[in-house]
Design a protein around this ligand. Structure first.
Ligand code: 13P
Length: 251
């Protein structure tokens, strides 16, 4: 049975938040989600690893899901400073973001690295959110679809199914800039992504595709209504409970 495309609204807190503020944010999101009582969408927060356990505890019983922002591909071992998917799971995570463009740029992650991390997520029982997206130079050179196809084919492991994978399309030039593609562009790119995934997995028609890049309360409605968009990966706007809840409401 194919899984339905239940919207997923995910907050990527990135390297933001000390304990007091982060827990207040987590509680604010949890309270809002609990009050809304949504059964038709999922809300996920991805705090820094240092806060994962405390955030998981703070949102307990609210329905809010918790995820990591990255994981190592190995389960354990001599990898100073790294965190495994098993450790994230042990800390209360159900999801993990892999291949975010900031990690591809800051840490030199390749498609092969990202693919290994997605496989690690499966090994640990986590749902990987595989990020892809073109740079401004690639977009201006008219290479967007080609770049995304290469990233998808290199980053999505063999054996993917809709129940085991979420893909987030985040144009690099739209992250933290206040700029977004038009709704028509998002719909066209997502349709292309779904088509490419169709060659790699049996049920790409129901795999969830998130849009990310300058999503906020005021533009979430139209972006989330675009064809083939099944949710959002939110950075800056996920750091304010009200703003993040407004996006979840728009889903
Ligand atoms: P912004 O929402 O701040 O543009 O960030 C998007 C993002 O990178 C989420 O992973």
């Amino acid at each position: 049975m194919a899984r339905s495309r239940q919207p997923l609204i995910a907050g990527n807190w990135k390297m933001n938040g000390l304990r007091a503020d982060a827990l207040a944010l987590a509680r604010g999101v949890a309270e809002g989600v609990k009050q809304a009582g949504w059964t038709d969408r999922e809300v996920l927060v991805c705090p820094p690893a240092t806060l994962l356990m405390a955030v998981a505890e703070a949102v307990k019983g609210s329905g809010v899901l918790v995820g990591g922002q990255d994981c190592h591909s190995n389960a354990s071992g001599a990898h100073t400073g790294d965190i495994s998917a098993e450790m994230l799971r042990d800390a209360g995570a159900s999801h993990v973001i892999v291949g975010h463009s900031e990690r591809r740029t800051d840490c030199g992650e390749t498609d092969a690295t990202v693919r290994a991390k997605a496989e690690a997520a499966w090994r640990a029982g986590l749902l990987p959110i595989v990020c892809i997206g073109e740079t401004l130079a690639e977009r201006e050179a008219g290479r967007t679809l080609q770049v995304l196809e290469t990233q998808i084919k290199g980053s999505v492991p063999a054996g993917a199914t809709a129940a085991k994978l979420v893909v987030a399309y985040e144009p690099v030039w739209a992250i933290g800039t206040g700029k977004t593609p038009t709704v028509a562009e998002v719909a066209a790119v997502h349709a292309h992504i779904r088509k490419i995934l169709g060659g790699l997995m049996p049920d790409a028609n129901v795999v969830r595709l998130l849009y990310g890049g300058s999503v906020k309360g005021s533009n979430a409605g139209e972006l989330l209504a675009a064809g083939d968009v099944d949710g959002a990966l939110v950075g800056g706007a996920s750091l304010k409970a009200d703003e993040f809840l407004a996006i979840a409401k728009a889903a």
